[in-house]
Write a protein that binds this ligand. Structure first.
Ligand code: ZN
Length: 460
């Protein structure tokens, strides 16, 4: 039933893209994916209608929701950082999603010129480094393991600053976030609460190994001070732009697509998925400035109606680095700017070995098989079958290496029952078997993967 629904929506999406209605197509894509954690679409909501300047000429900016206009000249500071071959390899191995399209940039033998959307400066040019010249060193806040001071007998994660981002909000917001799961009255799990407990256990372990560990969120309250009603007008504009002439205000009594196409659902999503992540990005980039962010999540398979959820027979895991930008996403100026900033910052080179080490270690401690995407919003990259590249708001906005983890299917019956017990050490009887804590196995995998990475990559 779910497969049939996805198939019919894919047809609707292709039809809308052909008719140059990308905003509506993204709404359809979103309706298709909702209910699954990692399967959140990369572009969270379509761009609001173009703003018109008071000047005599009309400037149409295409920005993703709540984004600021990029300062395009910043890209010029990347001149002579990458060779043409390094640029093309990064594009091929990480950032491209495999679509055939005319990109909003022009690639020459010595430079790439990126379209800005600004008539005063239609393109910004980034010169490549000739292969025989040494790379230009740029100032940055994060450090690779190889750039840390020698260990000199200290604990293996000494000096490393690792920020832990517990996915979602949890608490009183879990139902709004569609991250509340209950199969019986009186019992439930909420992804935002599970990620917070996991983050707190992980923080103590990392500190014991010498790391400086910070939590991007340390309560089950939002980091953003905004709340959904602030986004009602923007939600209305987004729906109208997508061709919904008179959207319903509230979603009480509605479900499925009808619910998604209401002002309430859209404004709530702008709150918990866009405003919240943008505020976390400010905290990471301006305040914490870590060497690495670990985004912790728990995955799920579509569970149907929240009041009558279904168990999933499958269980799996994967981890993500940033990449796999869709043509529709690259039409948005801020997204395009951020992709070029990440690519020229060589963030993919920093993220991949971390993601491989952590992914393989979490696979060992949890025993989970790799998730295999059947949609085009993610692509495999590197040597591990557990590692995918995907463009998510958090791993695009955080200006440092990010490893985004998605182990476990929360509505897999055995996993659900283990998660109901929260965090514990040792084994206890779950579903008729002696089983370890799913949270403990998750934490142990991350710690193993990090220690292996830092031990092999940093100077002794
Ligand atoms: Zn999640």
């Amino acid at each position: 039933m779910i497969a049939a629904r996805i198939k019919s929506m894919m047809h609707a999406m292709q039809f809308l893209v052909k008719r140059r209605r990308p905003a509506a197509a993204i709404l359809v894509m979103e309706a298709m994916m909702y209910g699954m954690c990692a399967a959140q679409p990369a572009a969270p909501v379509p761009a609001p209608p173009p703003r018109v300047t008071p000047a005599s000429r009309v400037v149409q900016h295409k920005l993703s929701p709540l984004a600021n206009q990029p300062v395009w000249r910043k890209l010029e500071s990347f001149r002579k950082v990458l060779t043409a071959q390094e640029f093309e390899a990064a594009m091929r191995d990480f950032y491209a999603d495999g679509s055939a399209f005319t990109p909003p940039w022009q690639l020459g033998p010595d430079s790439v010129s990126v379209n800005t959307g600004d008539p005063d400066m239609p393109t910004v040019r980034i010169d490549f480094r000739p292969p025989n010249e040494p790379p230009v060193k740029r100032e940055r806040s994060w450090r690779l393991a190889s750039e840390l001071p020698p260990l000199a007998g200290r604990p293996p994660l000494s000096d490393a600053h690792i920020a832990i981002d517990p996915g979602h909000i949890g608490g009183a917001f879990a139902k709004m976030e569609e991250r509340f799961l209950s199969f019986r009255q009186g019992e439930s799990i909420q992804e935002g609460d599970l990620t917070l407990v996991t983050a707190q256990v992980l923080k103590a372990r990392l500190e014991a190994l010498g790391a400086v560990a910070s939590l991007v969120r340390n309560t089950n309250e939002p980091v953003t001070s905004s709340r959904p009603p602030e986004f009602n007008n923007l939600a209305l504009a987004i729906l109208k732009d997508a061709g919904v002439a008179a959207p319903a205000t509230g979603y009480d009594g509605l479900s499925g697509d009808a619910k998604v196409l209401t002002v309430q659902w859209q404004s709530e999503k702008l709150f918990y998925r866009v405003s919240e992540i943008r505020e976390r990005a400010k905290k990471v980039n301006q305040q914490l400035k870590p060497d690495l962010v670990l985004c912790l999540h728990y995955n799920a398979e579509a569970w149907g109606d929240a009041t009558q959820p279904q168990f999933s027979p499958v269980n799996h895991m994967h981890v993500m680095v940033n990449g796999c930008y869709a043509p529709l996403e690259l039409e948005e100026e801020d997204v395009r700017f951020e992709m070029f900033s990440r690519l020229f910052s060589r963030l993919h080179e920093a993220e991949l070995p971390l993601a491989e080490s952590i992914g393989e270690a979490v696979a060992r401690t949890t025993g989970l098989p790799p998730y295999v995407y059947t949609t085009r919003n993610a692509r495999r990259t590197g040597a591990s079958s557990y590692v995918y590249a995907r463009n998510l708001l958090a791993n695009r906005l955080y200006e440092c290496p990010v490893v985004y983890l998605e182990p476990y299917v929360m509505n897999h019956e055995d996993t659900y029952r283990r998660l109901l017990l929260g965090h514990y050490v040792g084994r206890t009887l779950v579903n008729g078997k002696l089983q370890s804590s799913a949270i403990e196995d998750y934490v142990n995998g991350i710690v193993d993967g990090l220690v292996r990475h830092y031990q092999t990559k940093r100077p002794g």
